[in-house]
Design a protein around this ligand. Structure first.
Ligand code: SF4
Ligand code: SF4
Length: 518
């Protein structure tokens, strides 16, 4: 089998900057003194803490979870004591703080007793449940929980499983390292995905600038028990690792605007997620660590580390030899195209953290401040891999015409940054789109909230009305019962008048008092 390759629209050839972090082998990061675990590390509702301050936790204990459909529990990455639950700096484009569970690490790394089931006996639904319990999310950067995605894929029916080993953004090399070191584990994870989804074919896409990863994966595939699976080297062009772009390259099929891959029978999963799935099913190991690249022109020893979640960036910087030129670095989580600036090195590594860039100077367009006007050159349209009209999106986003931006498929923008990179006016287009998306999401949230408040009010009104009607009905029945009794008694029923009776009693008491005094 030799898969025919296709092209997607637009894209850019970028400087890779990968050699710096690939010059050292994969290393295991030591444990810091404290871990900071944000309650939310995935797309979906916030988790709620399952522990209290002072509790001792073991490696693998669930410490926060939610009951919503799109959920991913967070587990203790090592043993220790819960020191605090409160607001701390987290990795978020807004730079705001968020609720974290802080664990004082005891250094023993004592694990909870694993429960290892007989995988042969488990059906697809039970395997998905174990993946859910392990808190696994897509490790390519999106952090969408894997279990609801698998459940939906199972229901919709999948003909092609695509494994994403592309890692097209400059500087980032964590998946490259992962494929070199954990190729067998990746393919075992792919095997579980195959058994859950029953695809006809499995295509493992890897960019051709990763020859060692391709070689390691090809060797591992020769020994793996995988049906109809192929390693497919693809040309190096950014953003071929975008889900829809990779699908187009490997299958020639286009996911229509507004739809998702499983709507057309395709399922995409990152190589890191495959490792997490294999560990969850084979060792009952939840998602507590990941490979992170630390690189840039202001870090002494760039490389890749397997890091426990919750480790502060500062600890990683120290492991990588520290800052080259003092502490005045510009830190970015992710790569130069899709990453975002960090407020400082206290923020922790989370499930979505694939790379920390440590740069001497500001590399990313931050603000929506001054820039030249759009000259309608159409360069942005030429490079847009999602085939959108970036300048139209920009006009509407800038004018606050969010409905119009929606009509121009704002939410199909993958925020790849190609348009911003080629804009001769230096307009930070992606920043405009991100701001517009968060405004729309906030408005939708507020709408849902006000709808809920309205529903609550209407429910209360209905409840009170029902109560009133029940009371009236009760009184009516009582009246009818009395009337019936009266008819059965053949005439008047003497009904005691309570007021009259009270007056009679007072009168009698007065009379008695008068008699006593006489
Ligand atoms: S590339 Fe920039 S200047 Fe050219 S059309 Fe797009 S937004 Fe306008
Ligand atoms: S950031 Fe969005 S609009 Fe710009 S090129 Fe990428 S997908 Fe197109």
């Amino acid at each position: 089998m030799r898969t025919k390759l296709h092209q997607f629209h637009g894209g850019l050839h970028l400087q890779g900057h990968k050699a710096e972090s690939l010059s050292r082998d994969l290393q295991q990061a030591s444990l810091p003194e404290r871990l900071y675990l944000p309650l939310r590390q995935h797309i979906g509702e916030h988790n709620k803490p399952l522990v209290d301050v002072g509790n001792r936790v073991l490696k693998g204990h669930a410490i926060s979870a939610s009951t919503s459909l799109i959920r991913a529990a967070v587990h203790a990455p090592t043993s220790g004591t819960v020191a605090a639950i409160g607001d701390y700096p987290v990795a978020h484009p807004s730079g705001q703080t968020d609720t974290c569970i802080v664990i004082d690490v005891d250094g023993e790394d004592e694990a909870a007793t694993p429960f290892i089931p007989d995988l042969q006996q488990l059906d697809a639904r039970e395997k998905i449940e174990l993946i859910c319990r392990a808190g696994i999310v897509g490790l390519g950067g999106a952090a969408f929980p894997s279990s609801p995605k698998l459940s939906r894929g199972k229901v919709q029916g999948i003909d092609t499983l695509i494994i994403n080993g592309v890692e097209c953004e400059p500087y980032i090399t964590c998946d490259d390292m992962l494929m070199r070191h954990y190729s067998a584990e990746i393919l075992r994870g792919v095997g579980y995905l195959q058994r859950i989804l029953n695809p006809k074919v499995t295509l493992i896409g890897i960019e051709d600038n990763k020859p060692e990863a391709i070689a390691a994966m090809t060797r591992a595939l020769a020994h793996a028990q995988l049906a109809a699976a192929e390693i497919v080297p693809i040309p190096t062009i950014y953003p071929s690792g975008g889900e829809k772009q990779l699908i187009q390259i490997l299958t020639g099929r286009e996911v229509p605007l507004g739809q998702l891959a499983f709507d057309i029978g395709l399922f995409c999963q990152n190589v890191g997620t495959c490792v997490a799935i294999a560990r969850a099913l084979e060792q009952d190991q939840p998602l507590i660590s990941r490979v992170v690249t630390i690189t840039g022109d202001n870090i002494r020893e760039p490389g890749n580390w397997e890091v426990r979640l919750g480790t502060p960036v500062r600890h990683l910087v120290e492991l990588a030899g520290g800052y080259l030129h003092g502490d005045s670095s510009h830190l970015v989580m992710g790569g130069p195209m899709m990453g975002f600036s960090l407020q400082g090195d206290q923020v922790p590594i989370v499930k979505a953290s694939n790379c920390i860039m440590v740069m001497r100077e500001q590399t990313m367009a931050h603000s929506l401040g001054y820039h030249d006007e759009c000259i309608r050159c159409s360069k942005c349209t030429e490079v847009c891999p999602a085939q959108l009209l970036p300048q139209q999106l920009y006009w509407h986003a800038r004018a606050g015409a969010f409905e119009r931006a929606h009509e121009y498929h704002l939410f199909d923008c993958i925020e790849c940054g190609c348009c911003s990179a080629v804009c001769p006016s230096g307009i930070p287009l992606v920043q405009y789109y991100r701001a517009a998306k968060s405004e729309i999401r906030a408005a939708q949230k507020a709408l849902i909230k006000s709808d809920r408040a309205r529903l609550r009010f209407e429910f209360r009104e209905r409840r009170l009305l029902l109560k009133k009607q029940q009371e009236e009905e009760r009184r009516r029945l009582k009246r009818e019962a009395l009337q019936k009794k009266k008819v059965q008694a053949g005439g008047e029923i003497p009904i005691a008048d309570p007021v009259q009776a009270a007056l009679e009693r007072v009168k009698a008491r007065k009379l008695a008092q008068q008699e006593d005094s006489q």
